[in-house]
Design a protein around this ligand. Structure first.
Ligand code: SF4
Length: 229
């Protein structure tokens, strides 16, 4: 069992209808902004905090809503990190969205999203479901260094194709673009080729670089020293 602990959360939906069922992430991306000090983690980022009452809170919150809308997840913690295979909180949340007629916008780097394909289709048929997947590099050796515990880029590409074939709209985030690491024309063109072949609806990018906020900046620089001396 990975390092984890449970907490009782006071709320689950943000003002912009986002939710994070977990805090912290097992994927280990060296550039991750979510480990920044401003998010005030009181535990190691790799130790996952599980909001034990998240599904009850979500069910209550949606029951009180008059109009359905899209509910997003994945901005602070990957909803399909390995722990999800054991706990299935993301699946539970999708079941609640489906039951109340709400849409879903998921952001992940994991092909495990396909485990929930029947649910994604059910949500998409009655409202809307969009899967967003991050791609950073076509160079799989570089991918292993930047994102050590995530599926290879090619596996994410295959997942995007499978989602497209299943009728689920997809969007790719090409970010972050890191100076001297994945910022070559060859790499960006390769990622765009993947997007085209996988029939994605849109590409999101935030230009060059990363936030380099306190906490994530020191971690990133340490990993650069270790991996790219
Ligand atoms: S998958 Fe996202 S949240 Fe998880 S470590 Fe990578 S960048 Fe951070």
């Amino acid at each position: 069992m990975p390092a984890m602990h449970y907490v009782q959360a006071r709320g689950i939906l943000s003002a912009r209808n986002g939710m994070n069922l977990y805090r912290g992430c097992q994927h280990g991306c060296i550039y991750c902004d979510s480990r920044s000090a401003c998010y005030q983690f009181s535990h190691p980022f790799e130790e996952i905090e599980v909001k034990q009452n998240a599904l009850t809170l979500l069910d209550d919150a949606l029951r009180r809503r008059r109009k359905p809308c899209m509910i997003g997840t994945g901005s602070m913690s990957d909803p399909y990190m390995p722990l999800e295979r054991e706990l299935r909180y993301t699946r539970g949340a999708l079941e609640i969205l489906a039951r109340h007629g709400f849409g879903a916008a998921l952001l992940t780097k994991s092909p495990d999203v396909l485990d929930d394909l029947p649910l994604l289709r059910a949500i998409h048929e009655q409202s809307r479901c969009v899967v967003q997947m991050t791609l950073t590099t076509c160079d799989e050796a570089l991918c292993r260094r930047l994102e050590p515990h995530v599926a290879a880029t090619h596996a994410r590409f295959e997942a995007l194709k499978a989602l497209h074939e299943a009728g689920i709209p997809t969007v790719v985030w090409i970010c972050p673009i890191l100076p001297f690491l994945n910022d070559t024309e060859e790499n960006i063109n390769g990622l765009l080729d993947y997007c085209q072949q996988a029939g994605v609806w849109g590409v999101v990018t935030f230009g060059m670089g990363m936030t380099l906020r306190e906490g994530s900046r020191e971690y990133y620089y340490r990993q650069l020293d270790r991996l790219f001396p």
